[in-house]
Design a binder for this molecule. Structure first.
Ligand code: ADP
Length: 402
């Protein structure tokens, strides 16, 4: 039986923020605390809630408390000692965006694995280095706890060749220029929830739309990913808050050859100035766009909805039909207007929304007579990391005992 004091910490480190969670390390890990250190290095602050959502702390940090990832994690450790003095962190689970070709499941990160993950940084230069900074900082702060990496790409690693490759010369495929797909921790969670609440749907053909600031869609067959709208990078597929989504590569040639733009400028354009923000000229925030009355804001939302509907059709074709559509992410979970517009006129695929249930943010939002079920499942990437860390540590302990 697990010691009730044993906990795992989850860490999701970005360039200037660390999302963290403390979970009981039992058979079904439960959150004891979740929180965020943001604006690391530039007016840092922390907030955290307990497992019931009650605020534990919300305050500005001193410059020293949040100067970098190491000091931010030390601040989290201090909070943990103050609020949960009996808790013992037996492992730290990390969200790591890229696991490359090889990693199709969570791993314990030692020196060799760290070197391998660093080699993957050029594949995700805006995310991977920060994720790995989080691993290093946690290893320094919790030196006795194993560091466990959970990859956003891992859930998609079993894609068939036609959905793993680009039609480039083979040497690029061999070098790792492939369609990886991201948001895997979220899809893993949703697939698990489907297996729990609707096993007949889990066994079938499902499209999950993860619509947040980052957005993608995934086609699941029997709970396994067979296709995703995101590819080599987290830029492809749907338009996002500030990312462009699908783009004709000819546009990149034009930007380089005619506009004289360099790689850094193009990266900034595609990652930070495009998507909903670029189209609306107003905001990357869906709430603001829905409230705005400008033509450009309306067109940005129109474009977002159009691309989701188009990808829904494409993914249904890849799956050979559709049994369920699941919405998650900040927009997917909360913006009933967007869900209604995505589902409008989808009778041809057997999908009819229950407008009342949709407006109330119910779990099942399809009409009773709809052949395709439509669900809203709030995602929880942190618990996927916590479960993976607990499972890996437990597996190692069993293996050592044998
Ligand atoms: P991230 O990808 O950064 O985790 P989230 O999943 O939190 O992002 O999603 C953020 C998006 O969700 C923002 O565009 C925000 O406007 C949108 N959102 C959150 N709540 C609502 C709401 N009630 N109505 C419409 N959009 C919402």
């Amino acid at each position: 039986m697990a010691d009730p004091r044993d906990c795992v910490l989850t860490v999701n480190a970005g360039s200037s923020s660390i999302k963290f969670g403390l979970f009981e390390a039992g058979a079904a890990p439960a959150a004891r605390m979740t929180g965020l250190v943001e604006r690391i290095g530039d007016g840092p602050r922390i907030k955290a809630e307990d497992g019931d959502g009650a605020s534990l702390v919300k305050r500005d940090l001193t410059a020293a408390e949040g100067a970098d990832h190491v000091s931010a994690l030390a601040t989290v450790l201090a909070l943990l000692r103050e609020r949960f003095p009996a808790a013992r962190v037996i492992g730290v689970g990390h969200r790591v965006v890229h696991g490359g070709v090889a990693y199709d499941r969570p791993i314990r990160v030692g020196a060799a694995e760290m070197a391998e993950l660093e080699r993957l940084s050029p594949f995700a230069p805006l995310h991977q280095p920060h994720n790995l900074a989080g691993v290093r900082a946690a290893a320094a702060t919790f030196p006795d706890a194993p560091q466990i990496a959970c990859f956003d790409t891992a859930f998609h690693r079993a894609h068939p060749f036609v959905n793993d490759a680009f039609a480039l010369p083979r040497e690029y495929y061999d070098k790792g220029v492939r369609r990886y797909g991201f948001h895997g921790l979220s899809y893993d969670y949703v697939a698990g929830e489907l297996a729990r609440v609707a096993p007949h749907l889990h066994a079938g053909r499902v499209v999950v739309a993860h619509l947040g600031n980052g957005a993608s869609m995934c086609g699941l067959l029997g709970g396994r990913s067979v296709a995703s709208t995101m590819g080599f990078s987290a830029l492809d597929g749907l338009p996002m808050g500030t990312r462009c989504g699908q783009l004709d590569p000819g546009v990149l040639l034009y930007l380089m050859q005619q506009e004289g733009m360099g790689a850094d400028e193009i990266s900034d354009l595609l990652y930070r100035r495009s998507g909903l923000l670029g189209l609306s000229g107003l905001s990357n925030d869906m709430r603001e766009l829905l409230a705005a009355r400008t033509d450009a804001a309306r067109q940005a939302v129109d474009y977002f909805v159009f691309r989701i509907r188009r990808e829904l059709g494409a993914l249904a074709a890849a799956l050979g039909g559709l049994d369920a559509l699941v919405f998650c992410g900040g927009i997917g979970e909360n913006a009933h207007e967007i869900r209604a517009r995505v589902c409008d006129g989808m009778g041809w695929i057997g999908l009819e929304l229950d407008e009342g249930a949709n407006a109330e943010n119910a779990r099942v939002i399809s009409a009773e007579f709809s052949r395709v079920r439509v669900l809203r499942i709030p995602t929880n990437e942190e618990i996927v990391i916590a479960r993976a860390a607990v499972a890996l540590i437990g597996g190692e302990a069993r293996a050592a005992a044998e």
